[in-house]
Design a protein around this ligand. Structure first.
Ligand code: DOR
Ligand code: ZN
Ligand code: ZN
Length: 407
């Protein structure tokens, strides 16, 4: 049995849908979901309605986040689809009167490929954005690895068999946008963070950029770590997502986690209602994750692969008789606290703590979710280990008040 005390964790990629899409989720519901998942700081994406493209829209989000501040510290990405938005970001970053707002900004999110919200940036805007972020040292998060044709349409009907999936574009052709992002980052000295890395080809590009000393980092989602297209027949459009669930890449992503190429585990928590997900060809892309990611990862540390039918990746089982080896609590803390804290200069300290242990087990259940959407792709999965929320303001204090949530 092993235990550890972590500072409350960070998820540097979530969609909380407020303002404009509150029928799916809002800051209060998703902030609470994060809290119950052991996550106390999140960086929230700009594809809300209105999009977070102006100082005024940004200020509105910061104001709204205050009502959940005791549970969840929400930072926000700025978004840009047009030149005017890049100018707004510059104003946010440089004008003295915006100093307080700037502290709530984790960086710029740029859609180099299509996704929910149609926020793909024009080519000229992309170059401008890399240049500004390079000059002002603003972290730039790039959404890549989706077909350049409208991905919503391309992915409209998730293939329900592995054979059907293999007829789609080859996975290796989907890394073009990562290649151009790395080129632009090199040209402008931009701090580039590749969102939701999902392919071996993309991983290779990040590995190479790091070797060359470029300030390039990346994250991986739990759904790309635990799901493959073999899950389509059972999970169908619930696991329709951008970038899509892959067939063979999971193995490589775990290798990337173990060898340190992947810096963060981030959920891309993208809640959509079950009714919307049941819309077949018109189902929106994305799935929730903020409430279960830690449970899934603790289970791996505890030596139990949580997927009910698929085998664990070979890199985790090498040299162990049936158990898993490779990720321990120290590594998990790096992936879900230390690295995102440093990459986005979040300044999180250890004032709130969580205790994690490999002891115990539970079944993940839809009905236990706090997210407004009330479902999880991992419903029915058994996970080993658990976390306890240690309500303390001092990391060194003995945890006198401890509430064990049934996670
Ligand atoms: O599948 C996705 N859903 N990918 C994204 O990048 C956006 C997200 C959403 O907002 O629903
Ligand atoms: Zn994205
Ligand atoms: Zn996202």
């Amino acid at each position: 049995m092993s235990t550890a005390v972590f500072p409350a964790l960070i998820d540097c990629h979530v969609h909380f849908r407020e303002p404009g899409l509150e029928h799916k989720a809002d800051m209060a519901t998703e902030g609470l979901a994060a809290f119950h998942g052991g996550i106390r700081t999140v960086c929230e994406m700009p594809n809300t309605n209105p999009g977070t493209h102006t100082v005024a829209a940004f200020a509105d989000k910061v104001e709204r986040a205050k009502r959940i501040a005791d549970k969840c510290d929400i930072r926000f990405y700025f978004g840009a689809v047009a030149s005017a938005h890049v100018a707004e970001l510059e104003a946010l970053w440089t004008k003295p009167e915006n100093e307080a707002l700037k502290k709530r900004c984790s960086g710029l999110k740029l859609y180099l490929d299509n996704s929910t919200g149609n926020m793909k940036a024009d080519e000229s805007v992309v170059e401008e954005a890399f240049a500004l972020c390079g000059r002002l040292r603003i972290p730039l998060v790039a959404h890549c690895e989706c077909s350049s044709i409208n991905n919503e349409a391309a992915e409209a009907h998730p293939p329900t068999t592995v054979e059907a999936h293999s007829k789609r574009r080859p996975e290796s052709s989907e890394v073009t946008s990562i290649r151009s992002a790395v080129t632009l980052a090199e040209k402008h000295g931009t701090l580039l963070h590749v969102a939701h890395l999902s392919t071996a080809g993309g991983l290779e590009l990040v590995r190479d950029a790091k070797k060359r000393g470029l300030p390039v980092t990346c994250e991986v989602t739990p759904h790309h770590l635990f799901l493959t297209t073999a899950d389509y027949p059972e999970m169908q459009s619930r696991i329709k997502v951008n970038p899509p669930i892959r067939t063979h890449e999971k193995e490589h992503l775990w290798v990337g986690l173990l060898d340190g190429t992947i810096d963060c585990v981030a959920t891309d928590h993208a809640p959509h209602l079950m009714d919307e997900k049941a819309l077949g060809p018109n189902a929106p892309s994305g799935m929730p994750g903020v409430e279960v990611v830690l449970s899934l990862m603790i289970s791996v540390v505890a030596g139990h692969w949580p997927h009910p039918t698929a085998p664990p990746p070979a890199c985790l089982t090498a040299g162990k008789d049936g158990g898993l080896e490779g990720i321990d609590f120290a590594a998990l803390k790096m992936l879900m606290f230390t690295h995102p804290n440093a990459i986005f200069s979040l300044g999180c300290d250890a004032k709130d703590a969580i205790e994690v242990t490999t002891e115990g087990e539970r079944i993940i259940r839809n009905e236990d979710m706090h997210s407004k959407c009330q479902w999880t792709p991992y419903d029915g999965w058994k996970v080993k280990g658990r976390m306890a929320l240690a309500v303390t303001r001092s990391f060194n204090a003995v945890f006198k008040v401890r509430c064990c949530v049934s996670l």
